[in-house]
Each structure stands twice: as structure tokens, then as C-alpha cells.
Design a protein around this ligand. Structure first.
Ligand code: HEC
Ligand code: HEC
Length: 430
């Protein structure tokens, strides 16, 4: 098993060195995607395929890289999941019923049954996260519409995308719902706890030793991924632009970096992304489009509260939220993809008492137990997007065009076709 994995990964672990400022960094992965090429640099040196991150744990034969695949932007891309399915008749270690099937009770005895059981990971790269409604929650489960007849208050089936295990320097909360982020704990402590939890949950009880966990964290924390080449635009660091992974390695970041007023009372900058400033007056039309998409992202205000994309995605040149704030995501009833279970929650305590909420995923609400937090998610980092479709926690946006459409509809932004194209060109270049 481990041998097969190693062979599959080896061509990717081409340890070339790339000049990054004064340092030489190994380019760990150069992964082609539909829009060009994404490159991952490691600030910690190269690794071999028998590193604990790539080594199978427990009886499932799973490794971290089973779901955080270097060539899939350290997540899972449906096209390569389908490839893995066809190559192994659906028997690759990824395909295990406890968390990759639509229900842990799904029939996986024949090839056709497996195709049905693994439909959500095959089409959207979704993994089933089973979480209970906490005992002291302000809400109760009043109804479940689960097409797969499994979910209950004791275990909701929540279908979520693996978050990329790269660019972790810019993380302020761990997991879509922040459930691995302890109050007052550092991100490193969170990640150590997360690694143990991941091996246990995805490896069905597998335990990782302290040394293995340390090695995994030390590996993850120094990875930097960005799109480095766009097939329309060319090299993303050409003409003095700062796209690509090299500049990302040295991008300053600290908790609340862009949220606190400075001593003169100057508010945080809205110009969160500055990567493509130099292209504002480029002779190349495709580069000007990327620069104008960046301006729209930073400055275009919309909705009743006049928010900007950069208002929530406020970590400079990374796009996560610098204070770890949670915001409403795309889990509402109106946005429900038919293939996902829908939960009806009744608020029995607290400020929303008496209200009924319908959601495909309560998100942060399951962590805090508060009705007001139902349907909220963390703000994901926005680098290397082109290499890891689909988007949002539930993979409901197949492409970056769909992401922009989704925002345009939800907030009635009123983007013109040209503005829409520029915003997409910018997101593709991240
Ligand atoms: C079966 C697939 C699968 C396997 C195997 C797996 N993960 Fe994950 N990982 C996920 C999913 C799905 C999420 C998002 C879950 C959520 O937010 O509820 C995730 C989230 C994460 C995150 C959070 C990143 C962030 O931005 O918050 C880290 C870190 C992580 N995984 C590390 C690991 C490590 C380390 C291993 C190996 C010990 C591992 N994963 C194994 C599917 C997997
Ligand atoms: C109110 C805060 C907020 C604003 C404003 C906002 N976002 Fe987001 N963004 C989020 C949250 C929260 C998520 C995760 C939602 C989910 O998965 O349900 C997200 C997810 C995304 C993703 C998906 C990333 C991934 O890894 O799947 C992209 C791309 C994105 N936003 C781009 C934008 C763009 C472009 C705009 C402006 C048009 C914007 N965002 C405005 C909070 C915000």
C-alpha cells in the first residue's frame, strides 16, 4: 500500500531549488491545473516520500496525503478523485465508507454500489464529517431530510472540502468551523491536536506518536503554495508583480495584522492585496485585467453594510481573516444542493428563541451552541485557488466564475460582465 502511494507521489517531489529572496528554497511540487501551474515551496527543505505526512497510518491505509494531495492543491480535486476511483475500481484507501461515503452504512460491495456510495467525493471532493449537536446548545434538531437516511442529532452528516494543508502561516482558526481552535491556544497547539484527531477520525482509531505529529506539523507549517503561471497572463511575477509563491514566503503576518487601529487611529488598510499593483498600467491587456480585479476585490463596496471582499478576507496578500472571525457561508436552505442533507433546527433558548433555522451545515454554531452562529464558517485563505476546485466548504461552486456569480447574486453587487471577468482573472492568479 505505502509503496503504491510513494510511487504515485514521487514524480511530484521534484526537489528543484528556486531563489526566494536571499534564500534557496526547494520547489516541492509543481502541479499543472486548467489555468496554468501552481507551485509549492517549502521553507524547511525537501522531504522524502516516507515522511509521516505521506505514510499510511492505521488499518485503513490512509495517509494525510490521501485527502491533502500535493498535486490537488493539498486538497482533493474531483477529476483526480475520479481517476483514482477508475484506476482501483473504487478500492483506493480514499474510498472508505466511514467518512468518504454518503453514509457509513452505504453498500460498497460492488463497483456500481461504490460509485453511488462515493458520489459526493467523486463529484465534489467532499468528505463526511460526523458531528453531534452539543448538549448545551440553544437549538434542538427538529427535522432531518437526509437522502442517505443516516443523520441524527447524535451525528449530523456534514459534507466538507478538505482544507488545503499549505499556507498555514496565515491561519487564525483551524477547520471550517474552528472546532480545533482552543481559546488562548496557539495555532501550533491547535495543529498538533488536529493531527491526532485527523488520524483518529480518518484512520478509524489510528494513533499518531508525538514525534510523528511533530514531524507532520513541522512539514505543513512551512509550505507556501500559489499559482505561479497563468496560461493567459504568463508568469505571475513578471513585470515587477509579486504573484507566485516566492513573495508569499516573506509575506508578513501576525494575528490581527489588519484589524487593529494604529496609534494615530488610522483604520486598517482596505488595500489588502497589492500583488499586482505594478500591472495597473501594463501594456498587456490580460495583466491589466488582473490588476483591475485586484482593485475590485479591495475596494468595491456592496450590500446593506457596504462590505468589500477585502473586509472579510483581510489578511494581506493571503485572504484569510486576520482575527479568525466567522461569517455566514453558503449553507442556507436557499443554496442547498439537492445531494446534501438539510437540517431543521429549533431555537429553544437564547436571543433567537422561537425561531426555526434550516441549514445544510450549522458550521460554527455546532461549536458555540449559539443559534446566531448557525451557518457561519471561517474565512478561507485565497491563495492557490486555481489548483483546487470546487469552492466553498461544500464544494457548491464548481469554478471561480461560479464563486463570483454566487457573491453577485447573494449581495446583489451588480457587477458588469467586464468586472466579473476581471475579478475572476484576479482570483485565478492567486
Ligand atoms: C479522509 C480525508 C482526510 C484525511 C485522511 C486527512 N484529512 Fe485533514 N481535512 C479533511 C477535511 C474534510 C478537512 C476539513 C474538515 C472540517 O473543517 O470540518 C480537513 C482539515 C484539515 C486541516 C485544517 C486546515 C485549516 O485550514 O483549518 C488540517 C491542518 C489537516 N486537515 C491536516 C491533516 C493531517 C495532518 C492529516 C493526517 C494525520 C489529515 N489532515 C488527514 C480531510 C482529511
Ligand atoms: C462577509 C464576509 C465575506 C465577504 C464580504 C466575502 N467573503 Fe469570501 N468567504 C467568506 C466565508 C465565510 C467563506 C467560506 C464560506 C463557505 O464555505 O460557506 C468565503 C469563501 C470564499 C471563497 C472560497 C474559497 C475556498 O477555498 O473554497 C472565495 C474564492 C471567496 N470567498 C472570494 C470572495 C470574493 C471574490 C468576495 C467579494 C465579491 C468575497 N469572497 C467576499 C467570507 C466573505
Amino acid at each position: 500500500m505505502t509503496a503504491r502511494l510513494a510511487v504515485a507521489l514521487l514524480p511530484l517531489l521534484l526537489v528543484a531549488t528556486v531563489a526566494a529572496g536571499p534564500r534557496l528554497l526547494p520547489a516541492l511540487v509543481a502541479a499543472p491545473n486548467a489555468d496554468g501551474m501552481a507551485v509549492t515551496l517549502s521553507a524547511g527543505g525537501g522531504v522524502t516520500a516516507d515522511h509521516p505526512f505521506f505514510r499510511g497510518f492505521g488499518e485503513t491505509g490512509r495517509a494525510c496525503s490521501t485527502c491533502h494531495a500535493p498535486a490537488d492543491g493539498w486538497s482533493l480535486v474531483p477529476a483526480s478523485v475520479q481517476h483514482r476511483f477508475e484506476a482501483t475500481d473504487g478500492l483506493d484507501p480514499l474510498f472508505r465508507p466511514h467518512d468518504a461515503a454518503v453514509s457509513p452504512r452505504a453498500d460498497v460491495t460492488t463497483l456500481e454500489a461504490r460509485r453511488r456510495a462515493y458520489a459526493l467525493v467523486l463529484t465534489r471532493g467532499l468528505i463526511r464529517v460526523g458531528l453531534a449537536i452539543p448538549a448545551r446548545a440553544e437549538f434542538e434538531l427538529a427535522g432531518v431530510d437526509d437522502p442517505y437516511e443516516f443523520a441524527s442529532a447524535a451525528e449530523l452528516s456534514l459534507f466538507r472540502r478538505p482544507l488545503p494543508v499549505t499556507n498555514l502561516k496565515f491561519l487564525t482558526s483551524v477547520m471550517w468551523d474552528g472546532r480545533e481552535s482552543g481559546a488562548g491556544r496557539t495555532i501550533v497547539r491547535d495543529l498538533l491536536a488536529q493531527a491526532a484527531g485527523a488520524a483518529n477520525a480518518h484512520g478509524q482509531g489510528a494513533a499518531l506518536g508525538d514525534e510523528q505529529r511533530r514531524a507532520i506539523i513541522d512539514f505543513e507549517r512551512v509550505l507556501f503554495t500559489a499559482q505561479s503561471h497563468d496560461r493567459r497572463v504568463g508568469a505571475l511575477d513578471a513585470e515587477r508583480a509579486a504573484g507566485g509563491p516566492r513573495a508569499l514566503v516573506d509575506q508578513p503576518f501576525q494575528f490581527a495584522i489588519n484589524s487593529l487601529m494604529d496609534q494615530t487611529g488610522t483604520p486598517p488598510t482596505r488595500r489588502v492585496f497589492t500583488l499586482f499593483d505594478a500591472w495597473t498600467s501594463s501594456p498587456d491587456e490580460t495583466r491589466r485585467a488582473v490588476a483591475s480585479g485586484q482593485t475590485l476585490f479591495n475596494e468595491r463596496a456592496f450590500g446593506a453594510r457596504r462590505v468589500t471582499c477585502s473586509g472579510c478576507h483581510n489578511a494581506p496578500n493571503a485572504g484569510s481573516n486576520s482575527t479568525g472571525a466567522f461569517f455566514e457561508g453558503v449553507a442556507g436552505e436557499a443554496q442547498r444542493p439537492a445531494a446534501l442533507p438539510l437540517y431543521t433546527l429549533r431555537c429553544v433558548r437564547g436571543s433567537l428563541e422561537g425561531q426555526t433555522l434550516r441549514t445544510t451545515d450549522p458550521g460554527w454554531g455546532l461549536v458555540t451552541g449559539r443559534c446566531a452562529d448557525v451557518g457561519k464558517f471561517k474565512v478561507p485563505t485565497l491563495r492557490g485557488l486555481a489548483g483546487r476546485p470546487p469552492y466553498f466548504h461544500n464544494g457548491s461552486a464548481a469554478t471561480l466564475d461560479d464563486v463570483v456569480d454566487s457573491y453577485d447574486r447573494r449581495f446583489a453587487i451588480g457587477l458588469s460582465p467586464a468586472e466579473r471577468g476581471d475579478l475572476v482573472a484576479f482570483l485565478r492568479a492567486l
